[in-house]
Design a protein around this ligand. Structure first.
Ligand code: SAH
Length: 341
């Protein structure tokens, strides 16, 4: 158990390489050398919220809005599964077109492809979370963003920190694997605040922690802010690994947007998951949470191949199973496993 002071000290270490190396060792010891891939489908950028940092906030009139049809979404998932992905992550803005019935139909259809399903669609009712779980969803991803309530309420007008927190608890109670996380480098965010965030994630017992740098978007009220650095994001992620030794930690896409080797650096500083984009066509360009997003002109197979090569180049292997936390999902029978490309 680390205390807040100790976490702050680690976050501001003057020997960053040593911190990152320590996290890498913990990762190796507790979750091994497999890197689990999740195919990410960004299926709608329509959103009812107005988060100050986010490029797809409702008030951004410059965003080109899209929404995949149910068939399109299911088809994209099928192709990702054919490519070997054993987890499909479905992410969107808070788009209520996808009501309970539609979501359940999508989940049931995709579940037939023998994949683990992660949802990342924001705040919904308990009944929705329950229905999605019963339909076959395995994991849920929703960042708390920051545990500084004042900051949260400034950044997320008309939203309530307590409500988001409640949602995370509901999701956990319903038996999902719970992923949460934060952004670092938000305006007014201190290292002490980040230390508090990490302790919060530990306390609620997350199974996965996504930590990414805040990157200012030109069409948002935070366009003139500084944003987070890769260094701070890597440090925070490394401390998270030291704090929660066996959870899943993704090398986030935002890290790679700040540095061409961002994700590889993350994989060598505590991360064990990568979420390659499997969204097709122009949609990925339009799902612009922050500027400088990588791979907007690539197609799914290119992303899968590219990340596979990178992972192997650092002596790691691609996970062949569902890659759940603590093996919570059953290990797959040998004959169902796919052969890496
Ligand atoms: N509607 C879903 C998905 C949100 S988008 C939900 O509420 O959970 C996924 C994540 O992108 C957000 O949780 C936030 O942490 C991150 N994000 C949004 N804008 C960003 C920005 N400008 N820079 C970096 N990350 C950003």
């Amino acid at each position: 158990m680390l205390k807040k002071e100790e976490i702050i000290n680690l976050l501001q270490t003057d020997d960053e390489p040593a911190l990152l190396k320590r996290a890498d060792e913990v990762r190796h010891q507790y979750v091994g050398d497999e890197v689990h891939l999740r195919g990410l489908i960004e299926f709608s950028n329509i959103c009812r919220n107005n988060c100050l940092y986010c490029g797809i906030r409702k008030a951004n009139k410059n965003a080109h809005r899209y929404r995949m049809s149910e068939e399109e979404l299911i088809d994209t998932a099928r192709k990702a599964s054919d490519m070997g992905f054993k987890t499909i992550v479905m992410q969107s803005g808070e788009d209520m077109y996808y009501n309970t019935l539609r979501m359940c139909h999508i989940i049931e259809s995709i579940k037939k492809f023998d994949v683990a399903i992660t949802l990342s669609i924001g705040e919904r009712s308990y009944d929705d979370y329950k229905a999605f779980k019963n339909a076959g969803a395995d994991r849920y991803l929703m960042r708390i963003e920051t545990t500084d309530k004042d900051l949260y309420h400034k950044l997320n007008p008309n939203m309530s920190w307590d409500k988001r927190h409640e949602c995370l608890l509901m999701i956990k109670e319903l038996g999902y694997e719970l992923g949460s996380g934060i952004m670092v480098g938000l305006p007014e965010q201190s290292l002490e605040s980040i230390a508090g965030d990490l302790l919060y994630l530990q306390k609620i017992g997350i199974d996965m922690a996504g930590i990414g740098p805040f990157i200012p978007h030109q069409d948002t009220p935070l366009k003139n802010e500084q944003g987070g650095t890769l260094s701070l994001a890597l440090r925070t992620m490394a401390v998270m690994r030291i704090l929660m030794k066996d959870i899943n930690i993704p090398a986030t896409t935002a890290m790679e947007s700040l540095h061409p080797k961002g994700r590889i650096m993350a994989l060598q500083a505590g991360a064990n998951v990568v979420m390659p984009n499997v969204t097709e066509g122009e949609y990925r360009k339009f799902y612009e949470l922050y500027p400088g997003k990588i791979c907007v002109n690539e197609q799914p197979l290119q992303c899968r191949t590219c990340i596979g090569i990178k992972i192997q180049s650092i002596g790691r292997k691609i996970g062949l199973g569902y890659g759940g936390h603590n093996g919570k999902l059953p290990i797959m029978p040998q004959e169902n496993r796919y052969k890496p490309l």
